[in-house]
Design a binder for this molecule. Structure first.
Ligand code: Z5A
Ligand code: MG
Length: 241
């Protein structure tokens, strides 16, 4: 069921391979939205103010997180998230199917909280989502892409996916990969291929070789349009349906 009575927040997702700059841009977008709300308005900026869902009861002392909030998948804080964390840190081995289903369960267990946040008018900026789930698992041999997508069918549909596209050869130059599972060049190249096959109408592909400020500028322009548009349309739970 969807809620049409509330001016909801937007569901904004960042996706991409390792080191593409997702966390950097997601954090900068949230910071921008929160600061934007704090600035005094000029006459021609009223529409932007409404983009940011300035609640009538909000004062300058109000909690900034009401305007926009950052979320990250995997959410390593839950019980399921702790199992995923152990798997990624290689302190625990799990069957590929099992870990795939855990990543999906980790999203499902957050859906009610996420829906409530959106319905309260807060824009949620999400660092990785179901596209990472399908891409990383289907890049392993023996896991079929349709099987990989199926447990996430019916999740909340993103209002926009910023896909930060960076060739893994370029990503390596950003200080090399870490020690977690999946952090190697050959695997990342496979992941990028699967990612690009998952592109749908919600995607905006960004050339992640650009500078951090250049990317940020493009992201805020699109995000503001999306936030405005979302005010009048209900969210849907139709991912991959
Ligand atoms: N995974 C999965 O298998 N299934 C799932 O369902 C989900 C995830 C949700 C953990 O993810 C792993 O889980 C991940 C996918 C898998 N495995 N891999 N690989 P994670 O999100 O926890 O991974 P992370 O380590 O936090 O993020 P990241 O991907 O490595 O990086 P990023 O967030 O895209 O990049 P960043 O941290 O913003 O930037 C990386 C560096 O580049 C940093 O030094 C920045 O200062 C620099 N940077 C950023 N932007 C630029 C630009 N524009 N130019 C130059 N340098 C830049
Ligand atoms: Mg990151």
């Amino acid at each position: 069921p969807t809620d049409t009575s509330t001016r909801r927040g937007a569901f904004i997702v960042f996706e991409g391979c390792d080191r593409a700059g997702k966390s950097t841009q997601a954090a900068k977008l949230v910071e921008y939205l929160q600061n934007r709300h704090k600035q005094p308005l000029k006459n021609d900026e009223t529409s932007i103010a409404s983009n940011l869902k300035v609640s009538e009861t909000m004062t300058n002392n109000s909690n900034d997180s009401e305007v926009a909030r950052l979320w990250k998948f995997p959410d390593r804080t839950t019980l399921i998230g702790k199992m995923i964390d152990a798997y990624l840190k290689k302190t625990k081995d799990l069957d590929d199917h099992v870990v795939h289903l855990l990543f999906s369960a980790n999203r499902w267990e957050c859906m009610n909280v996420i829906k409530n946040i959106l319905m309260s008018g807060t824009t949620l900026v999400v660092d990785r989502y179901a596209y990472s789930g399908a891409a990383f698992s289907a890049a392993k041999k023996d896991l079929d892409i349709n099987w990989c997508k199926s447990p996430d069918i019916g999740l909340l549909t993103p209002d926009i996916v910023f896909f930060m596209d960076l060739e893994p050869e370029e990503a390596v130059k950003r200080g090399g990969y870490g020690k977690e599972r999946y952090e190697n060049l050959e695997f990342q190249k496979k992941v990028r291929k699967v990612f690009l096959d998952l592109k749908d109408s919600s995607w905006k592909i960004l050339d992640a070789r650009q500078t951090i400020p250049e990317l940020h500028q493009q992201i805020i322009e699109t995000a503001e349009e999306v936030i405005k548009k979302c005010e009048s349309i209900p969210f849907s739970e139709n991912l991959w349906k």
